[in-house]
Design a binder for this molecule. Structure first.
Ligand code: NAP
Length: 330
């Protein structure tokens, strides 16, 4: 079967994690890296033994050295870089959040369709063994009716990183887009999409949200309680509560362990370790979609991604965070 040749766009933190993971996945290879600078591109290529370096993203998009691109630039570059690759016939795995606004996301999926290639948000957490196991447990009914979820993803950036893109509105900065995106996907996995109300509270910092708390209520009465922060540490964990018990999930969106507390029973702990650093499963899934000629992932679907992007647009209106990418009519 055909080996899928990946090119990475960007050489930052997450590009490193992807480059480590791809080594462990059969049927894919890291064929190229594209960087804004020659030195950064060469250094990254040397570190991971990558045969081709492109200076500038467009040259890699236009080359026939790759079949697929992994977009690992700040959120503000996701739409432009993805569209560039898609329009040149490359499949795209794009980092989260896939776009800064839902309008950008819609544009990206249109570009994928028009060019007959696959576009998938790199929502790796949906594909790790812990999430698959949790979904299986919920579907089996062991927890009863799911009535609530909680998830906190709250960390602190260092004081000397205040010029980082996560603090800048022009890059789609702030906690909601950076880490709140995981909580919104998580709530969607277990409670669906029939959200009736969203209460949102945020602490703003220089035009972006440093700490955002959300309470969402669904048509069936279920409630999601989510927190995201980039300047406040909270335990990074979550819960799924049902009528027959609850699951406690350390690192809730991608748990490597599930603690099941069923009414009247001893606590059970189920180990669900990653195959590697957590990215291997999404790379293998993306490879399989490309090989099968699928233009959408049946697991991380365009409608899942767009649903969360629309929620983030709506939540930002409530907490008064605006980006240059928002249209004048918003
Ligand atoms: N899935 C996850 O667990 C996870 C974790 C962290 C981040 N992410 C996502 O990955 C994306 C990148 O985050 P990161 O932490 O890797 O960022 P980063 O360390 O700052 O790296 C971003 C890279 O993008 C390129 N770039 C292009 N335009 C840029 C600009 N205007 N400013 C800065 N860099 C620019 C740079 O590479 P060149 O100079 O070589 O072109 C840079 O090294 C974000 O969207 C983030 O949400 C995902």
């Amino acid at each position: 079967m055909k080996t899928i040749r990946f090119g990475i766009v960007g050489t930052g933190t997450i590009a490193h994690r992807f480059a480590q993971a791809i080594r462990n996945v059969p049927g894919v290879e890291l064929a190229a890296v594209a960087s804004r600078g020659k030195q950064t591109g060469d250094a990254f290529a040397a570190e991971f033994g990558i045969p081709r370096v492109f200076v500038g993203y467009e040259t890699m998009a236009q080359s026939d050295a790759i079949d697929a691109a992994y977009i690992a630039v700040p959120h503000s570059g996701h739409c432009t870089c993805s569209c560039l690759m898609l329009q040149n016939g490359k499949h795209v795995l794009c980092e989260k959040p896939m776009a800064v606004t839902a309008e950008e996301g819609e544009r990206m999926f249109r570009a994928a369709k028009e060019n007959g290639v696959l576009l998938m948000e790199a929502m790796w957490a949906r594909l790790v063994p812990g999430t698959l196991k949790m979904l299986e447990l919920v579907q089996s009914g062991v927890l009863g009716d799911i009535q609530s979820v909680e998830g906190k993803f709250c960390y602190t950036m260092d004081e000397d990183e205040m010029d980082h893109h996560v603090f800048l509105p022009e890059h789609g900065g702030g906690a909601l887009l950076d880490v709140g995106v995981y909580g919104l996907h998580f709530a969607q996995w277990y409670l669906g999409r029939d959200v009736r109300t969203i209460d949102a509270r945020a602490v703003l910092y220089g035009g972006v949200d440093a700490h955002t708390c959300l309470l969402m209520q669904y048509a069936n009465g279920a409630i999601a309680d989510l927190s995201a922060a980039i300047l406040l540490r909270k335990p990074n964990e979550g819960y799924v509560y049902g009528s027959r018990g609850y699951a406690h999930l350390p690192r809730f969106y991608a748990p490597q362990q599930i603690e099941l507390h069923l009414h009247g029973q001893e606590t059970q702990t189920i180990g669900t370790p990653y195959a590697g650093n957590g990215f291997e499963e999404q790379i293998a899934h993306f490879r399989d979609c490309v090989r099968q000629g699928q233009e959408e992932s049946p697991v991380v679907t365009p409608s899942d991604t767009l649903f969360v992007l629309r929620q983030m647009d709506a939540i930002r209106k409530k907490i008064c965070v605006r980006y240059p990418q928002d249209s004048a009519s918003d």
